[in-house]
Design a protein around this ligand. Structure first.
Ligand code: 13P
Length: 261
């Protein structure tokens, strides 16, 4: 399927790393390393405390600001929560929802992930909806069944006309932070399956315009092969997004892939 209908996206996910005061030095190091020509959308998803410093440091830059999570609630007595309109008000473009670390450590279920995606869209931002299987599910041959359920459950909360504004991130849990990157074929098989599920539910036009990213120990060495696959439109990068040079090399890989096309 033709990639021209969708955005290539490289999104960093800093998780709970770095300090707000480290944001400026990071972006000062990163910015000169980026390709002059825009070949993909670059986003940095950071802890809520880092959003304002990041926004300031990225003034006049084409790097988009992202958040790592959002509340399902609009406002009110929810101590410690951060609502979608608060993020939108800070200039956030992308919000990660349903990361496996939140599903596992904060008991987030598919219903909540869908509600978060809908809240993000309602405030004019783009959700990055994370899905992925455990090693046990993979070994038992349950990968696509599990992921299909996660995708459909999240998208069922999203109004039909907004599905194309969602980004899906396939992050096999066994690959996250382990150094065990999925092979391009393994990642493509699932990303292709995700697109087929979206096609069957929302039609070919929507399916061809949804960006599907791969995440899980993606690094500069592995990026190009992964990004060359027909249904992988970008990456969501944890560890390697904490080092400007490594992150920039992954962004360069998008340019290399598009030159070869
Ligand atoms: P790593 O790149 O550190 O494996 O993390 C991936 C991830 O969880 C991105 O959301």
């Amino acid at each position: 399927m033709n990639k021209k209908y969708r955005k290539a996206i490289i999104a960093g996910n800093w998780k709970m790393n770095m300090l707000p005061t480290e944001v400026k030095p990071f972006t000062e190091e990163l910015r000169p390393l980026l390709p002059r020509q825009k070949t993909c959308e670059v986003a940095l998803c950071v802890p809520h405390t880092h959003i304002s410093p990041l926004r300031r440091s990225l003034k006049d830059s084409r790097i988009a600001v992202g958040a790592e999570d959002v509340s399902v609630h609009d406002k009110g007595a929810f101590t410690g929560e951060v609502a979608a309109d608060m993020l939108a008000d800070l200039g956030v473009h992308y919000v990660i929802v349903g990361h496996s670390e939140r599903r596992a450590n904060h008991a987030e279920n598919d219903f909540m992930v869908g509600a978060k995606a809908a809240a993000v869209l309602e405030k004019g931002m783009n959700p990055i909806i994370c899905v992925g299987e455990t090693l046990e599910q993979r070994e038992r041959g349950l990968t696509m069944e599990h992921i299909g359920y996660q995708v459909l459950a999240a998208l069922s909360a999203v109004p039909d006309e907004k599905v194309r504004q969602c980004v899906i991130a396939y992050e096999p849990i066994w690959a996250i932070g382990t150094g065990k990157t999925a092979t391009p074929e393994e990642a493509e098989e699932v990303c292709e399956g995700i697109r087929a599920i979206i096609r069957s539910r929302h039609g070919a036009r929507v399916a061809r315009s949804v960006s599907i990213l791969y995440g899980g120990s993606m690094n500069a060495k592995k990026a190009k092969e992964l990004l060359s696959m027909p249904d992988i439109d970008g990456g969501i990068i944890g560890g390697a997004s904490l080092k400007p040079a490594d992150f920039a090399k992954i962004i360069d890989a998008v340019a290399e892939v598009s030159e070869e096309d």
